[in-house]
Design a protein around this ligand. Structure first.
Ligand code: UTP
Length: 297
């Protein structure tokens, strides 16, 4: 039986404190990589993976995010009159079919696990994806598509995973590997933000998940974990304790942590250099900047 995933949750209710003061009035997900907000990269990835229903878990002050997916008739008319068809096409890409998008409020930022749990009634009894917009992944085949294809064969729960340096493990959920099958690993346990000398491996969980409705039931029971938040990792780890399969998936692609300043800047350089219309001018500028820096040292 082929298992399909058509619903995705986008938890966007975090406070985004690492980008203050910008995030005082601009949702982090609207911050722009080259000329597109982070959320657009996440939506494109989900669409490429066959997602049809997009569920946003939002909070106070995220109005700009909801507006972003609306039609903009005045803007569209102005572009049409000026014959700017390429820009019109870009705009169309931001529109969502009526009924394809839903917004749920998380009234208090009690953690990622709690944010996912807030969407439980819209998920009902189906497998679903979770996409964290902070993690932008450049890949030939979208990361979530790679995962949905693998999931069609395996079922269970699946988390995107990548090796990180040992001194960085305490920033991630980390996998205890039962069986390493190459791209896929079966998971014996998961720990959220372990001390670096207590981490079971350096295979870290990245912000893409395919989960079963059991995880939502686990979340209903879970108390606040690491950092006083309700951790999604704990609810997935609960699946293993119940004897159900959890897999880590080593995706093909480059992940940028756009939730951190350094990661955001790195992504800006990488995505800028990947653009045909910017590459020459931008790379000349970067080369000059590096030479100036070296000369100044
Ligand atoms: P982060 O750990 O990056 O937290 O959340 P944050 O609030 O966004 O940012 P900082 O650390 O304060 O700078 C990871 C993802 O989980 C969502 C965030 O929106 C982000 O997509 N999240 C987190 C929620 O939706 N609700 C929460 O209570 C916590």
């Amino acid at each position: 039986m082929k298992r399909r995933v058509t619903k995705a949750i986008f938890p966007v209710a975090g406070l985004g404190t690492r980008f203050l003061p910008a995030t005082k009035s601009v949702p982090k997900e609207i911050m722009t990589l080259v000329d597109r907000p982070l959320i657009q990269y996440a939506i494109d990835e989900a669409r490429a993976a066959g997602i049809k229903e997009f569920i946003f878990v939002t909070s106070r002050g995220k109005g700009a995010l909801e507006d972003y997916f609306d039609t903009a008739p005045e803007l569209e008319n102005a572009l049409r009159k000026k014959g700017k068809s390429a820009l019109l096409k870009e705009l169309k890409n931001t529109n969502m079919e009526s009924g394809a998008i839903a917004y749920i409020r998380q009234h208090r930022a009690l953690g990622l696990g709690h944010a996912v749990w807030c969407a439980r009634r819209l998920i009902a009894n189906e497998p679903f994806a979770v996409i964290l917009t902070d993690d932008v992944i450049a890949a030939e085949t979208s990361c979530l598509q790679q995962m949905t294809e693998a999931y069609a064969e395996t079922g269970g729960c699946m988390v995107a995973a990548m090796e990180v340096p040992q001194d960085k493990v305490s920033s991630y959920g980390v996998l205890d590997i039962k069986d390493d099958m190459g791209a896929m690993v079966s998971v014996a346990g998961m720990v959220e933000k372990p001390d670096k000398d207590k981490a079971p491996s350096n295979l870290a969980v990245i912000g893409r998940y395919i989960l079963t409705p059991h995880v939502l039931q686990n979340l209903s029971r879970i108390k606040q974990g690491s950092g006083g938040e309700i951790q999604l990792t704990d609810a997935i780890a609960e699946e293993i304790k119940c004897g159900r399969d959890v897999f880590g998936f080593r995706f093909r692609g480059q992940r940028f942590d756009c939730g951190s300043k350094a990661g955001f800047l790195q992504a800006t350089v990488a995505f800028g250099l990947a653009r045909d219309d910017l590459r020459d001018e931008f790379s000349t500028y970067l080369t000059e900047m590096v030479a100036l820096q070296k000369a100044a040292q």
